[in-house]
Structure formats: C-alpha cells, structure tokens
Write a protein that binds this ligand. Structure first.
Ligand code: 4AD
Ligand code: MG
Length: 429
C-alpha cells in the first residue's frame, strides 16, 4: 500500500485501509489504549492504538514515543464526529521511525526562547501556514510576470555600489576591495532592460537597520522589476495590477491558510485597480490637518503611514516626494523640487509595500546628488554608461516580500514572514 497524505486520509470512507507517516502532534494514553494525533504537511489526524490490535512491542513504543517522534502508521478509517476532521485511524501497524527527546517548546514561551529555537518552532501551525502562504504568493507573482512579458533574471548580491545609501549598507572585504551586500538589484536590472526590456528578479536584499521595528529585517527577499519605455504612471499601473492579481487569486488558492491566520477574505477580494494616487505635498497637508507636526521634506514614520491609509480598503500610492528625501537615481519632475516616484502603502497600517520610480537619465544631476551623500562617484561609472549608450525612459520598483506577507497574513511582526529572521543581534540559528 502507498502512503497517503493526511488531507487525503481525511477524505476516505469508513472501513478503508490507509497508510500515513508524519510526526506526533499530541498524545494521551491509558492502560490499553493510546490516542495519538499525527501531523504531516497537509494536516492532522487522530489515530487510536489499542493493545489488542498491535504487537506488544508496537504498543510499548506507542506509549513511549514523545511528541515530535516521527512515525509510520497503517490502519482503518473510522468516521467519528468527535475527532478533528471527522475521521480517525484505528491502527494495525505502528512504527516509530525516530524517537524524539523531550521537545523543548511547550505552550507558553517567550519570544526570545522561540527565536532561539526557530529551527524547531518552524513546525508550529502558525509558521507552517505562513510559509505555505508565502510559497503560494510567489507562485502567483511568477505567473503574473510570465503572463506579462517579463523575463526573470539573476543579478549578483555582491556589489561595490551602496545604491540605497551607505548608512544601511553591510560592508565587507572582498579580496582586499571594499564591497557591500546588495541593498537592491535595481542597477543590475537597469543594465538588463537594454536587451530584455522587461525584467524582474527575486534576491535577498540586506539593510543594516540599527533600529528595532516591527517592519524591518536586516535581510529580506526583494522582488524587483524594471521596465523600458515606462514612465512613473505606467510603473504604478504595473504594480497595482500585480498586487491585485495576487489578492484576487490568493483567496482562491490559499483560503485555508488565510482563514487560519485570521485574514478577512472579503477585504482582499475588493483589491483591484486603480489604487488612489496622492501627491506627497497633499499627504503632508492631510497629516497636518490630522494634527501631526510634520513639514515638507520630512519622511513618514509608522504613525504617518497608518494615518494616510485610514479608511482606505485598497493600497495607496504616495507620489512626488522631495528630491532630497529620495535616492540619487530618481528622475526629477518638471517642478525641479520633486521626483517621479511612488511608494505603495498597504491598508490597515502595514506600511510601505513597494518603493518605485522613473529613473533619471541626467548624469550630471545624479553625480551631484551622489556627491551630496558622500558616495564614491567613480564606482557608478558603469551605471552612467547605461545613459551613454542608447538610454530610454524607464522605471522600476521593489517589493518587500515579507512586508506583503505581513499584510496578507495580518502578522504583528515581520519576523514571522520568514523562516530564519535576521534582525539586530539575531543571526542564530
Ligand atoms: O524603498 P526601497 O528602499 O527601494 C529600493 O530599494 C529600490 N531600489 C527598489 C527598486 O526600485 N528596484 O525598498 C523597496 C521595498 C520597500 O518598499 C519595502 O517593502 C522593502 O523593500 N524593504 C524592507 N523590507 C524588510 N526589511 C527592511 N529593512 C526593508 N527595507 C525595505
Ligand atoms: Mg522606500
């Protein structure tokens, strides 16, 4: 007999024979009977091991095996309303593959303890559902890019350019030369549009974030796209379509995960283009009206971001930030004071999901802005070449995958959107 997944076993009828394997999730036993709930990647099922139905060795092992022991079980399906999923297995064969030592994680544990034991805590139901959701979101993102003529590319994450500012760049010695862990793949994607026109990539990005917040990791998965012949408005259209595609379809393919995580399905179904566009200067006005002490030139913090999406069901774009507030590569608007950029803010106060812009084609203005930041301009020569040899208007954006998951899964903290979160003072396990 072949092994079947637990989700399949839960669909079988009274009296059918099944063979499953997995890990002990819960158990209790008394003299002649053991109730053992087993989990696999698809769900949980209760099994009943009775002394009279198995060998004495098997019964002894069933009583002895602790939670998280791995097991193979053969038996007969019995329909029972009281069992989780309405089915249980009456066991005929019970084999312990690996006896577990006493599992260190019990019901109430501190956040630090759970992070120290992340390699084991990944087995929890919550993290399992989040990781399934993340895989499904990636499937939808890939599908959308495939259907919209983008090529997936594989840029390097070792670079001599700290494009998003030296302050948050992880620096290291690359055979005697100063190099950085990449903060963005953007500049490499820009090089690739001259042959492929529309490209995207998924890479880790690194930010030496020294503040503790709920929304910052020092390493996150960065989904970036770059498009030739596209302006800032066209760039926003691409982003709102991508995000809407994910929302419209994730409710179809990850309903169980979303419901377990407490996400209201209906709210995601509402998300479709167009998203509201608000200019930075109007956002500042709105915040001032709400009583915030904020002025032209200031960046938004979490409370500002939350206030800006208050009452909104869909994400909102904030566009045209001041030149000084944004990176050197953004195209300066005709007013000379703002840039052709857009940040997409998630509803419900989950903050910035996407940062994007049209790219500058003016080498002198980029050099001036780099100098102001104290960057080493020589390192950007290759990037300026892209403007020298057949430059075209182009735009792109970067989406923080864990930010997207945090919003979709309604997580309190971004660390739970990734299996091994890297944060200030946390690189183990
Ligand atoms: O806004 P950012 O810094 O933009 C860029 O890096 C551009 N070069 C992207 C591009 O145009 N190709 O970062 C983009 C997104 C943010 O909107 C946010 O979702 C996420 O990356 N992000 C982080 N996510 C988790 N932890 C951090 N420390 C993050 N920093 C940025
Ligand atoms: Mg940003």
């Amino acid at each position: 007999m072949e092994y079947c997944k637990i989700s399949e076993a839960l669909r079988k009828k009274e009296g059918e024979e099944v063979k499953i394997r997995g890990w002990i999730y819960r158990k209790r036993s008394s003299g002649k009977i053991a109730f053992i709930v087993v989990r696999d990647s698809t769900g949980i099922i209760q099994t009943i091991v009775e002394k009279k139905n198995v060998s004495s060795e098997e019964f002894k092992n069933a009583r002895k095996a602790l939670i998280e022991s791995s097991v193979e079980i053969e038996g007969v399906i019995h329909e029972d309303e009281r069992a989780p999923g309405g089915r249980e297995i009456h066991v005929k064969k019970f084999n312990v593959v690996g006896f577990a030592e006493e599992f260190p994680i019990t019901e109430y544990q501190s956040v630090e303890f759970l992070l120290d034991n992340r390699h084991l805590w990944l087995r929890s139901r919550k993290l399992t559902e989040v990781m399934k959701l993340k895989a499904k979101v990636l499937r939808l993102i890939r599908q959308w890019f495939d259907e919209n003529d983008f090529y997936e590319v594989t840029p390097s994450v070792i670079t001599t350019n700290a494009a998003e500012g030296g302050a948050t760049a992880f620096e290291f010695d690359y055979f005697g030369q100063k190099a950085y862990l990449s903060q963005t793949a953007q500049m490499y994607l820009e090089a690739l549009i001259f042959s492929l026109e529309r490209v995207w990539s998924l890479t880790p990005s690194f930010r030496a974030e020294k503040s503790r917040t709920r929304k910052h990791l020092t390493e996150y998965w960065h989904l970036e796209a770059e498009e030739a012949w596209v302006d800032n408005e066209g760039n926003m259209k691409i982003q709102e379509e991508l995000i809407s595609h994910v929302c419209q379809n994730i409710v179809k393919i990850a309903r169980d995960e979303l419901e377990f995580l407490g996400r209201d399905i209906e709210s995601l179904k509402q998300i479709e283009p167009p998203f509201k566009r608000v200019k930075y200067k109007d956002a500042i006005k709105k915040l001032q009206e709400k009583g915030f002490e904020i002025k032209w030139g200031d960046d938004f913090g979490a409370p500002h971001e939350r206030a800006l999406v208050e009452g909104e069901e869909k994400p909102v774009f904030i566009t045209h930030f001041p030149v000084e507030a944004k990176a050197f590569y953004m195209k300066i608007s005709p007013d000379g004071k703002t840039v052709e950029c857009a940040d997409m803010l998630a509803p419900e106060g989950y903050g910035e999901l996407i940062g994007g812009s049209e790219r500058s084609e003016d080498i002198d203005s980029m050099i001036a802005r780099l100098r102001q930041q104290g960057a080493k301009v020589e390192n950007y020569e290759w990037y300026f070449d892209l403007r020298r040899y057949g430059s075209v208007p182009h735009s792109g954006f970067g989406l923080g995958l864990e930010r997207l998951i945090m919003w979709l899964a309604k997580l309190d903290h971004i660390r739970d959107a990734t299996p091994f979160p890297r944060m200030l003072r946390r690189a183990y396990p």
